[in-house]
Design a protein around this ligand. Structure first.
Ligand SMILES: [Mg+2]
Length: 235
């Protein structure tokens, strides 16, 4: 799940800032999951449509009312760990969110060229780490669909760190769990606010994913080097 910033937001047309690192200068790659490796369409559909439909049915309200109420509720906790906490949402909405996620898990898809990219990283000796705000239950549901665990040295959920990636202190605390060299680590994420927090903490190499959802157009960052697909990192 990403922060709900993108709801109803019209993309601006911006020029692509090209990536500016060489693989010789990188030892580790930190990868976000939702929107970066996986198609964010699943998350958008789930929170914007599937949850409101189920909430409407359970509470005998119309879908438009449920949707309006839920989008407002989501915004009230954006950029916090609560936003990704399935137990929090299950309690707050009176719905079994993990069970609902499993009901539509067939919509969980990898973005194009991910496996090509992973194979390339293995060939040139770069270590991969999954660094996600997703709740451990969400991670489990998604990995059961796409089976990427094998590629990572380690997978870290923000819950383990105790802060969301949007919070700059996240990155200092992460050093306690997983010491890394800021100058030789590449971090890839589809949320600018997350990239900004990593930059603030001193992370040197950042790449923005300009097409988190297959259903939305490419939207380049105005501040960070962007790629539309991982094929652009096979150099
Ligand atoms: Mg993301």
């Amino acid at each position: 799940m990403n922060s709900p910033h993108s709801f109803n937001q019209a993309p601006e047309l911006r020029q692509q800032i090209p990536v500016d690192f060489s693989w010789e200068g990188i030892d580790r790659v930190f990868l976000d999951m939702d929107g970066t490796l996986l198609d964010k369409y699943y998350d958008d559909y789930f929170w914007e449509h599937f949850v409101p439909e189920n909430y409407a049915e359970r509470n005998q309200v119309d879908i438009a009312t449920a949707r309006h109420l839920l989008l407002t509720t989501y915004r009230s906790v954006e950029n916090t760990l609560q936003w990704t906490d399935l137990d929090y949402w299950s309690d707050r909405l009176g719905l079994d969110i993990a069970a609902l996620k499993r009901e539509v898990s067939h919509l969980i898809r990898l973005h194009p060229h991910i496996i090509d990219y992973f194979e390339y990283m293995r060939r040139i000796g770069k270590k991969l780490y999954l660094i996600t705000n997703a709740h451990p239950k969400t991670l489990e549901i998604k990995m059961a669909e796409v089976g990427l665990e094998y590629w990572f040295e380690r997978m870290i959920c923000s819950q383990e760190v105790g802060l969301a990636k949007e919070q700059p202190e996240f990155w200092d605390r992460l050093q306690g769990l997983l010491p890394y060299e800021q100058e030789r680590t590449l971090f890839i994420d589809d949320t600018e606010k997350v990239l900004h927090s990593a930059r603030t903490s001193g992370m040197r190499h950042l790449v923005h994913i300009a097409r988190p959802s297959s259903r939305l157009p490419v939207n380049f960052s105005s501040r960070y080097p962007s790629i539309a697909t991982f094929a652009e990192l096979l150099f």
